[in-house]
Design a protein around this ligand. Structure first.
Ligand code: AHR
Length: 489
């Protein structure tokens, strides 16, 4: 077994890891909301006001800090007034982006805020700029956040919610360079400024306004936004980047059946996130050296071809140990870029793309990605500290090991993933500025094709794992295709 040396300096504090980096995304798409999160009060699946209890518990288990809703592309055709009031009177609409199915609007603003309250997370509302109006969005903000005597707050009270909700994160449009209106960067920047002017802070609520940012490496978009939007007009700029194994959107690759070559290609595609974060940060730094505007990766994850026999508009895919490795790489990258990246939202939470949860009737499956999120919980709200691995390159030229280290409340969290399908490593971690007395670890490790399926025993989960401390060094054995989290104190 090869030994790799890791250096950690706990005195070298780099940046704060915002909890929201471990956020998720819930869109009205396929079975994410309906049948995934929301089954309705009359369902025989145990629920709280229609929200599945098992989903609430699973979200709590991984400390979901923030949920983005209602889209995605859906956000720019969503008219919030259709989703309030008596459910029987709510108008239906066609979900034109996702399968042309009928949306009955039974899950709307009140239901979303209740979900967030039950989970104990921040709501992140994505507003409609593409097909909505300034007045519509401004009134939605008033409806959600005003405690005044005013028409919107009165209507909310009439609909059963006396007190205004707290809403911090407000996105103004989604992918407005694409499904959100096919706009030019300059045009969107102007529209953004107009919309944000009328999204007011009511009753002590302070909005954190997020402008639509670039698609992957569209650096021109970032440059234009940063040139035109002042830090007091936007607190966040979004970035969307998906891992597509083949790099070909017409034939992305299968979620369970892939060979080693495709596995390593998937990792190459994932590592591109590092370059994107670096380049977008460089541009942002030129206009905003004090880093007042945060980069918000509000859509990331693996995007494969849909599972055979499922509705192509529903983006349903399985989730294997490959996805676990992809999520470890991305999460370590977000931690390492947390001086600019302040939120990230995995797409999507349930039954869509790289989900943490899959459901089928009464069954609920926790995916390998779920267990990586569980392992990485210790980083939430921590301080990133310096760490470096004397790494080696494996197939596809990717690094064998990904890692990040943080400290919170006197505890150190070390996360390490071995991305190799063949090599076993021992990571010898030399720590400065922190006395390692005791180390406890958890591991997620299985064959790269392993996944969890409905009604069957779990093939992939998080298990306790033995690590040793020798002469103050934490020794971590990493089997091929594994993710380990060590808590040191
Ligand atoms: O997550 C699925 C879709 O991907 C979202 O609706 C959209 O924003 C992106 O293109």
């Amino acid at each position: 077994m090869k030994k790799l040396h890791m250096t950690i300096n706990a005195r070298d504090r780099r940046s704060h890891i915002n909890r929201e980096i471990y956020g998720h995304f819930t869109e009205h798409l396929g079975r994410c909301i309906y049948n995934g999160i929301y089954v309705g009060e009359n369902s025989d699946i145990p629920n709280t006001h229609g929200i599945r209890n098992d989903v609430i518990e699973a979200f709590k288990e991984i400390d979901v800090p923030v949920l983005r809703w209602p889209g995605g592309c859906f956000a720019d055709e969503y008219h919030w007034r259709d989703g309030i009031g008596d459910k029987a009177d709510r108008p239906k609409m066609i979900n034109t982006n996702w399968g042309g199915v009928t949306e009955d609007n039974s899950f709307g603003t009140h239901e979303f805020f209740e979900l967030c309250e039950l989970v104990g997370c921040e709501p992140y509302i994505a507003g409609n700029l593409g097909s909505g109006t300034v007045e519509e969005l401004s009134k939605w903000v008033e409806y959600m956040t005003s405690d005044n005597v005013c028409p919107m707050a009165d209507e909310r009270r009439k609909n059963g919610r006396e007190k205004a909700w707290k809403l911090k994160y407000l996105g103004i449009g989604n992918e407005n360079w694409g499904c959100g209106g096919n706009m030019r960067a300059e045009y969107y920047a102007d529209e953004y400024k107009r919309y944000q002017s009328f999204c007011k802070n009511h009753s002590g609520n302070e909005l954190f306004r997020i402008a639509c940012g670039p698609n992957a490496d569209d650096y021109y978009w970032t440059e234009t936004m940063m040139k035109n939007i002042a830090p007091h007009q936007a607190q966040g700029l979004s970035l969307h980047y998906y891992t597509v194994p083949t790099g070909d959107w017409n034939k992305k690759g299968d979620s369970v059946s892939f060979d080693d070559e495709e596995y390593y290609k998937t990792l190459v595609s994932t590592w591109r996130m590092d370059e994107l974060l670096t380049q977008h940060t460089n541009i942002m730094d030129r206009y905003d050296p004090e880093r007042k505007i945060g980069l918000i990766v509000d859509e990331w994850g693996c995007w494969y071809d849909v599972m055979e026999g499922t509705n192509p508009g529903f983006l349903y895919q399985q989730n294997t140990m490959r996805d676990a490795i992809v999520s470890a790489i991305n999460l370590d990258l977000f931690n390492k870029h947390s001086d600019r990246v302040i939120m990230a939202n995995l797409a999507q939470a349930v039954n869509v793309l790289q989900s943490v949860i899959l459901t089928e009737g009464r069954y609920l499956v926790k995916t390998p990605t779920f267990y990586v999120m569980k392992l990485y919980k210790g980083h939430q709200g921590g301080e990133l500290v310096y760490s470096h691995v004397e790494n080696e390159k494996i197939e596809g030229g990717v690094a064998a090991i990904t890692q990040s280290v943080s400290v919170r409340d006197g505890k150190m969290t070390i996360t390490v993933a071995n991305c190799s399908l063949e090599n076993e490593y021992e990571i010898e971690s030399e720590i400065t500025g922190f006395e390692a007395k005791n180390a406890e670890a958890m591991i997620v490790n299985a064959d790269v094709h392993a996944y969890n399926d409905f009604g069957k025993e779990e093939n992939v989960s998080a298990r306790p794992y033995d690590v040793k401390i020798e002469n103050g060094r934490v020794m971590i054995k990493m089997p091929p295709c594994s993710v380990v989290a060590v808590t040191v104190q």
